[in-house]
Design a protein around this ligand. Structure first.
Ligand code: C2E
Ligand code: CA
Ligand code: CA
Length: 563
């Protein structure tokens, strides 16, 4: 029980100890108790999360005990008594604590008794780690992390506060990690983070997002001021950062967005910012790219369209649908499968083809959800076709970001099982953008998919630099030769020779060949002689709705041999 009410002087001292602890506590939640008055100050975060009466409390130990799970209470009481009776100088225990919604969070509580000048216990100070709470601090740079970024961004949107958001990153961090080790990479991140911290004011937030990317949210600076800041940062890191005997010249990339429209969600803002960042990285050699929502009518419309498509993902995938382009056997010219191709449509914008939005959505955390929906829908539809074409194979396009997720093979397995489909009638198409992933990871994913019976194809063969390397390293079942290699085949001898080489190579690696983009009977007649397994193209059919495909196989018009 409290001896007397705490004095002003004692309260000031308590505050000062509390504040010192809080500074060094990172994202732990601090508490300090003046043991003479049994008066405590607890972190606001704990007060809010657990519904405690106030940051300042007499008898906080007793109040807190009320929140502790009945099974953990006896242990807790023993620990606290030992502290207050002086038999134990430190406290270290784990228990479950109840939130106002009745759920329990697992917490670790560590504390220490601070003695006064006479050796008498004066303060009990410590910190609680709530294991259910996402950490808001990045452990490498000490900056706030992406969870903090999203949480702050949500709050700006909710309060309708206009802000400028910049995303900046180090261009070749992966190479530094690979050549000099993660420690060197981490030190580069720390330098970058430090630079940002030193150059922001208290009305601005600095965050480390994932990988090599950082963000600033500013209430005060204009777009131009942020552009100027980026130019300074860029020339600073271009001069090089010294580490041991090496000087690392860092190239940077940056995207910028002004948040003035509050009818959008945080994920959409992030996706647009990321789009600007990717453009800076891939096309503009690191020049800052501003995501424009306010310029010409055209670009405004384009941004709004992307907003709308993005929002559809979180609205039950409304507007997304799949078309199916038949794949025919090269010798019988009967439909043996189809490729699922994504579309998006709404009243205002009409039908939007995937090229417009896939790369925009790919960088987004919601994308794997869309990927899962595509997979499920395609398998569900394919199941209907197998009634008429029992061996029908459904091809589904993948993006490399789906493969990055550890549970991807599991998602595929579930979709197959849920629909009672046969795994060896699913073929997943990967493009050469997969080379962005770690080769070992790719090999593991493909091996796991194969062990479940699922087939894997390399799409757009020949269009990238690493097609051959990928084919050599990964056991693809099918190689899909890009339409650009056969477009002129009726007139161009070189295309014939290339096609011949490609099919030879696929043969060496034991893969089937599918040629895409067959548009005329002439093309078909020539290509037929090259030992190809299957064809796809407008000559046979454009991508069509599932009902049309069903009608085609039902009515027997799925055989094109005599045309
Ligand atoms: P892709 O995987 O190479 O798909 C084939 C594209 O070629 C389709 O364009 C198809 O309509 C078009 N095509 C088919 N036959 C012919 C032909 O004879 N001549 C010509 N000129 N074109 C033909 P689409 O549907 O616009 O898709 C474009 C790309 O978008 C796809 O290229 C694929 O990379 C991507 N994509 C489509 N659906 C998905 C999806 O569900 N997931 C992912 N990750 N990407 C998708
Ligand atoms: Ca494809
Ligand atoms: Ca293709």
């Amino acid at each position: 029980m409290a001896d007397t009410r705490i004095t002003e002087v004692a309260k000031e001292r308590l505050d000062s100890i509390f504040e010192s602890y809080s500074i060094i506590a990172d994202d732990l939640d601090v508490f300090v108790c003046d043991m003479q008055f049994n008066y405590s100050r607890w972190a606001k975060e704990l007060v809010d999360t657990f519904g405690l009466p106030s940051e300042y409390m007499y008898d906080a130990g007793l109040i807190w005990e009320e929140h502790i799970h009945p099974d953990d209470r006896a242990e807790y009481r023993k620990g606290i008594d030992a502290i207050f009776l002086g038999s134990q100088p430190t406290h270290d225990m784990q228990y479950r604590a109840r939130r106002p919604d009745g759920e329990y969070d697992v917490c670790t509580c560590r504390g220490i008794v601070i003695l006064d000048g006479y050796g008498k216990p004066a303060y009990f100070a410590g910190a609680i780690r709530n294991h259910s709470k996402l950490s808001y601090i990045d452990s490498i740079t000490g900056l706030r992390n992406q969870y903090a970024f999203f949480s702050d961004l949500k709050s700006y949107i909710k309060k309708k506060i206009p802000v400028r958001i910049g995303m900046a990153g180090i261009g070749k961090l992966a190479e530094i990690n690979a050549v000099y080790g993660y420690d060197a990479g981490n030190q580069m991140l720390q330098h970058f983070g430090r630079y940002l911290m030193d150059n922001v004011t208290s009305r601005e937030g600095t965050y480390r997002l994932d990988g090599s990317r950082f963000a600033i949210i500013s209430e005060t600076r204009t777009e131009q001021e942020l552009i100027d800041l980026y130019e300074l940062l860029r020339s600073f890191f271009r001069k090089g950062v010294r580490l041991d005997d090496n000087v690392f010249v860092l190239e940077c990339n940056a995207g910028l967005l002004s948040l003035n429209d509050f009818n959008i969600d945080d994920q959409t803002v992030y996706a647009c910012l990321n789009l600007a960042y990717q453009e800076s990285k891939l096309i503009r050699h690191g020049d800052l790219v501003t995501f424009r929502t306010d310029l010409t009518a055209d670009s405004k419309k384009n941004s709004e369209k992307l907003y709308a498509i993005h929002s559809s993902i979180s609205q039950g995938f409304e507007g997304f649908y799949l078309l199916y382009q038949p794949v025919v056997d090269a010798s019988t010219e009967r439909v043996i499968g189809a490729e699922a191709l994504l579309r998006w449509k709404n009243e205002e914008y009409g039908v939007v083809p995937p090229d417009v939005f896939i790369s925009f959505l790919e960088g987004d955390p919601l994308f794997p959800e869309l990927g899962k929906w595509i997979l499920n829908t395609a398998i569900e539809d394919a199941k209907k076709i197998t009634e008429y074409v029992p061996d029908f194979v459904i091809n589904v396009n993948l993006s490399y970001v789906q493969l990055e997720k550890g549970n991807f093979p599991e998602i595929v397995r579930e979709a197959i099982k849920k629909n009672g489909f046969s795994a060896d009638q699913v073929c997943l198409e990967m493009t050469e953008r997969c080379r962005l992933l770690d080769m070992e990871l790719l090999r593991n994913v493909i091996a796991t998919l194969h062990s479940g019976g699922v087939k894997v194809a390399l799409d757009d063969f020949g269009t990238g630099f690493s097609s051959i390397g990928l084919m050599k390293n990964l056991p693809f079942n099918t190689i899909k030769i890009d339409k650009s290699f056969v477009q002129q085949i009726e007139k161009d001898e070189r295309e014939k020779r290339l096609l011949c080489n490609f099919t030879d190579m696929a043969g060496i690696f034991g893969a089937d060949v599918c040629v895409e983009g067959i548009e005329t009977p002439g093309m078909r007649d020539i290509i037929k002689d090259y030992g190809i397994h299957s064809f796809q193209g407008y000559f046979y059919s454009k991508p069509i709705a599932i009902d049309e495909l069903l009608n085609m196989v039902k009515s027997g018009s799925d055989c094109f041999a005599r045309q």
